[in-house]
Write a protein that binds this ligand. Structure first.
Ligand code: TTP
Ligand code: MG
Length: 365
């Protein structure tokens, strides 16, 4: 499945997915629970708890515990597990650190969830070099973040994503253009992203259980059952996917808004409300360990007319004073003295406080 050189212009996509992400962060932060059955989610309350499992360590999965399962069921399956509530601010910070490592490669990065990203590594040109890069990425994440991930390298996003899940945890699967069909053929159709419960059952009802079946069955059978989506299913089964890796930030902005009990033109009331918003957004970026560069205010007047005004600062900040100063200036410039119904404050152009500037993988650019 490896060892081949991509054609000139060949696309090479890497998909990374952290292993049991929330549980892995907890086990890293609390070494005494490393290697144990760990369940992150709602409080089990001795089996009477409501709510669901966010994730479970692979040790807990051995008992049948799964994401999205009722926590009471998880407790029945594995009463001896360590049960923890999620610490989203911590996971967001670790996520930002990992995305930072991906960005240091210099390749295009598309974050798709808190623990998942695609990298367009086509410039490495060969699947051998891609494998070397993947090995280094795994090592860097292990060294700097202290958790494991699973990687897939393939000629398209869809195959890279299927590949990253192929040998979890701590896995790596490289699928070259020549090996893609053989790789996909024996896998169950539900390995195709987006083919879940209902669609999966509909396809299986046609006697199609593997991706190979889906790739070779009579297209009219698919058209009969799925109409215009038949072509998409067939393309997915063949691993064809021209969609690009699109750069996107995880958290785009943090904003707070308040509606006044009565429309107001009282400068003191407006200033006091802005002060509350300043404190709230300052708290929110502190909780997520973020820095911002852009401050935007929004004023909605009676009659639903809204005006916004933004200011981008020269440097990243994380302090309340910088937000207060920018918001105050913007309000003076924007507000025309008419009664205000609603006031909003947004911070954007965000980055994680630990974003490091050094560049790794220089030779692979
Ligand atoms: P996933 O990557 O789907 O799962 P995972 O990282 O826990 O495990 P795997 O090794 O199979 O990749 O999701 C990432 C995180 O998102 C997960 O750690 C917790 C959260 N999550 C939920 O809160 N609820 C869910 O139903 C799922 C699937 C994930
Ligand atoms: Mg994961």
């Amino acid at each position: 499945m490896d060892g081949q050189t991509g054609d000139a212009g060949q696309r090479i996509v890497l998909h990374a997915d952290m292993d049991c992400f929330y549980a892995a962060v907890e086990m890293h932060d609390h070494p005494e629970i490393a290697g144990k059955a760990v369940v992150v989610g709602a409080d089990p309350q001795g089996g009477a708890g409501r709510g669901v499992v966010s994730t479970a360590s692979y040790e807990a999965r051995a008992f049948g515990v799964r994401s999205a399962m009722p926590i009471s069921q998880a407790y029945r399956l594995c009463p001896g597990a360590v049960y923890l509530r999620p610490d989203m601010a911590r996971y967001a910070a670790v996520s930002a650190e990992i995305m930072g490592i991906f960005k240091e490669t210099g390749y295009r990065v598309q974050q798709v969830s808190i623990d998942e990203a695609f990298l367009d590594i086509s410039p490495v040109r060969s699947f051998d070099t891609a494998r070397d890069l993947a090995v280094r990425l795994k090592q860097t994440i292990r060294d700097r973040v202290g958790i494991t991930c699973s990687l897939g390298v393939a000629p398209s996003k869809i195959v890279a994503k299927i590949a990253s899940g192929h040998q979890k945890p701590d896995g790596m699967t490289v699928v070259t253009p020549d090996s893609a069909r053989d790789f996909l053929a024996p896998l169950p159709i539900r390995k195709i992203p987006g083919i879940g419960g209902k669609t999966g059952a509909q396809i299986e009802a046609l006697g199609i259980t593997t991706i190979g079946n889906l790739a070779t069955c009579d297209i009219q059978v698919l058209v009969g059952a799925f109409g215009r989506s038949a072509g998409l299913l067939r393309e997915a089964a063949l691993g064809h996917d021209n969609s690009e890796v699109v750069e996107r930030d995880g958290v785009k902005s943090i904003s707070k808004e308040t509606t006044f009990a009565n429309d107001t033109e009282d400068p003191k009331e407006i200033a006091a409300t802005m002060e509350l918003l300043v404190r709230e957004v300052a708290q929110a970026i502190a909780d997520e360990a973020l820095q911002f560069k852009t401050v935007t205010i929004r004023v909605r007047y009676a009659g639903f007319v809204s005006k916004t005004k933004a200011r981008s600062l020269l440097h990243y900040h994380n302090d309340e004073a910088a937000i207060r100063a920018a918001a105050g200036e913007l309000l003076r410039e924007l507000w025309d003295g008419k009664p205000i119904r609603r006031l909003g404050l947004r911070l954007s152009t965000l980055r994680h406080q630990d974003s490091r500037q050094q560049t790794l993988f220089g030779s692979c650019r």
